[in-house]
Design a protein around this ligand. Structure first.
Ligand SMILES: O=C(CO)[C@H](O)[C@H](O)COP(=O)(O)O
Length: 236
């Protein structure tokens, strides 16, 4: 395996799957991102008969592809509004298990699938472990917005104190990133976020905002893969 970071992601993902995906579970939410690749790899190592009795709820085009490529059955929250457990990555997690998500622009579906679950578990490597949000993740809070309102929302975010807020631009396409839901993303840095609940509320009240990449009071436990090969578990 290539790097310490990749090993850390794998360790956290494998341990979280082993400890939280139970044989009795029938509906499992699967987040998005590079750490979740290891979550799916571990799910595929389970007893195939068990996986055949289980429906997996993806949170993006990416995770849907991972699940389908593995031959797993996928569903959605319309069919399965009661999820046993959802496991997802994060961009940063604070001491209270509040998280910044949306680095992969998938936080709208991720939040719906996390909220529909009895238990929400975060998996991450050591770079994501913070006391206060905004310590490590400097790109800002990802905010999904309806396209026609992006400039108006950007202005409001700047008025709320994020003077460097900007529209996320695509890399291999001219123009902005377009989410799986057909929306745009604004990345809004607020420095250290000591009160993430207030920050979330303030942003969500801006008309044109679809969802904010602040996941407050949602995770029950976070697994951090460490540089020395160990895994740190943080619970509420
Ligand atoms: O929120 C997310 C996507 O919207 C991801 O979970 C987050 O960006 C972490 O990704 P990675 O595991 O690749 O570091």
């Amino acid at each position: 395996m290539s790097s310490l970071i990749e090993q850390a992601k794998q360790k956290a993902a494998y341990q979280a799957v082993d400890e939280h995906v139970l044989p009795t579970h029938r509906v499992i939410g699967v987040g998005s991102g590079s750490t979740v690749v290891h979550v799916v790899a571990r799910l595929l190592q389970r007893d195939p008969e068990l996986n055949a009795k289980t429906v997996f709820i993806p949170t993006s085009f990416q995770s849907r592809g991972l699940l389908l490529d593995g031959g797993l059955t996928v569903g959605d929250v319309e069919q399965y509004p009661d999820i046993d457990v959802t496991i997802d990555g994060a961009d940063e997690v604070d001491a209270q298990l509040n998280a910044i998500k949306g680095g992969g622009a998938a936080h709208l579906q991720e939040k719906v699938v996390a909220e529909a679950a009895k238990k929400f578990v975060i998996v991450a490597d050591y770079r994501k472990d913070s006391k206060v949000l905004g310590e490590q993740w400097l790109k800002g809070v990802p905010v999904e917005v309806v396209p026609f309102a992006w400039k108006a929302v950007l202005k409001k975010l700047q008025e709320q104190g994020s003077k460097d807020a900007k529209l996320r631009m695509a890399v291999a396409k001219a123009g902005p990133v377009v989410t799986d839901n057909g929306n745009f993303i604004i990345d809004a840095p607020f420095g250290l976020i000591h009160d993430p609940v207030k920050c979330l509320r303030d942003i969500k009240l801006i008309t044109g905002v679809v969802e904010v990449g602040l996941f407050c009071n949602m995770a029950e436990v976070a697994y951090f893969g460490c540089e020395d090969g160990s895994v740190t578990i943080r619970t509420k």
